[in-house]
Ligand binder design. Structure first.
Ligand code: GLA
Length: 394
């Protein structure tokens, strides 16, 4: 996909109508990994990589979807749909399914979508599709769904229709992201706070291992089950425990012998990661990116050795980064098992950093790496005519 204007031309060619245009961003997570479904804390931000939806309502019950990047289409009827054999339509049908379950009346729609969020790179292209479509349908059918309910509905679409038991982080930041701010979310109460993330002489660099991760592969859900197993056992000793959020390190340590060693490691990681998010926010208040970066490295170690969701490519990248003087912090990001590392890099050492990583990564794995230099942007929004006029032609 060249740009959003190409999507609009395609839409007009296919449907000859005036559409609404929505921008739905991918996300990064600075720290707080695998904590959301344990009712912990996360610190994500929306970024300048997007999926665009070009969409308009129909008078009948048909939904016509065209995935521009895959050059593939799909059609379903609102009154009669089921899970598709193809993977991509399910992220969209799942949203429609949730609207139906919420008894919200919609008509059919025509939709062309595409963008530049790499798939399987841990930048949450799936949440961008779900929350972006939920936002778009809310607009074109004037459903008056509150933002927080768009988030919950999109998460349920993934849990129930796609079948990944993801937490709420990705859909939440997709809707609530703000330019140049990270968002600290309490995944238990859903209270949130923005922290300024003024980078000045730093840059957020994502290094894409090109190892495609798929949360649907089962390893993600397995981690979630292990945490629940930890809670089930700890609850025997205190019935006020409902999630790992109710457990502190002292209590966990005092029941170490009752837990399977793997379960113990998983729980310990989650408790420590929650504390790291808190401490990182204090670092941001103090403008202390050095300390912030150190916690990113600690987070990676935890994900590598205790939560065991890393892989050799991610570990190698984090290690190379930790030995480069321009890097303040680095860690794997997102669900894991592939995807990207996130790095805080000094601008004046950026070129050297990229060169070294590229060389060493190739020497280790015989494959190339991709870099994304990202900016923190706002959450899902309508693209106005004024903004469209500023975008170059297709
Ligand atoms: C994926 C999930 C999120 C979260 C992260 C790990 O991105 O969709 O809910 O659990 O993994 O932090």
């Amino acid at each position: 996909m060249k740009n959003v204007k190409c999507l609009v031309s395609k839409f007009k060619e296919m449907f000859s109508k005036n559409p609404l245009i929505i921008r739905s961003p991918g996300r990064i997570n600075l720290i707080g990994e695998h904590t959301d479904y344990n009712e912990g804390f996360v610190l994500p931000a929306a970024i300048d990589k997007n999926i665009f939806f070009v969409i308009s309502p129909r008078d009948d019950k048909k939904c016509l979807l065209y995935a521009a990047d895959l050059n593939d289409d799909f059609e379903f009827d609102l009154n009669n749909f089921c899970k598709s054999e193809k993977v991509w339509p399910n992220y969209l049908i799942g949203v429609v399914d949730q609207l139906k379950k919420s008894k919200l009346e919609i008509q059919g729609f025509n939709c062309v979508f595409g963008g530049d969020i790499p798939i399987g790179a841990g930048l949450s292209s799936s949440a961008a599709i779900e929350a972006g479509l939920a936002f778009a349908l809310n607009e074109i059918f004037e459903l008056n769904i509150e933002k927080i309910n768009l988030v919950k509905l999109s998460q349920r679409a993934e849990n129930e229709f796609v079948g990944v038991q993801c937490g709420i982080m990705d859909q939440f930041i997709n809707i609530f992201g703000k330019e140049n701010k990270v968002l600290k979310l309490d995944c238990r109460t859903l209270e949130f706070e923005y922290y300024p993330f003024e980078l000045n002489d730093l840059q957020i660099v994502l290094c894409d291992t090109q190892v495609k991760h798929s949360l649907a592969s089962g390893k993600y859900n397995a981690r979630r089950t292990q945490c629940e197993e930890g809670v089930r056992i700890l609850r025997k000793f205190n019935n006020k425990i409902h999630t790992l959020r109710d457990v502190d390190l002292e209590f966990l340590n005092s029941h170490r012998s009752e837990l399977d060693p793997t379960i113990f490691k998983r729980c310990k990681y989650v408790l420590n990661e929650n504390s790291r998010v808190d401490a990182s926010c204090r670092d941001l208040e103090n403008g202390d990116f050095i300390s912030f970066g150190r916690r990113m490295y600690e987070s990676h170690e935890g994900l590598r050795y205790e939560y065991e969701v890393s892989c050799k490519e991610l570990d190698t990248l984090a290690e190379i980064a930790s030995n480069h003087e321009a890097v303040l912090g680095a860690r794997m990001m997102g669900g894991g098992f592939g995807g990207c590392t996130i790095n805080l890099v000094k601008k004046d050492g950026l070129e050297d950093f990229k060169e070294k990583i590229e060389k060493k990564y190739f020497a280790h794995f015989g494959k190339s790496i991709k870099f994304y230099i990202t900016r923190i942007e706002s959450g899902t929004s309508i693209i106005s005519e004024f903004e469209m006029n500023r975008i170059s032609n297709c």
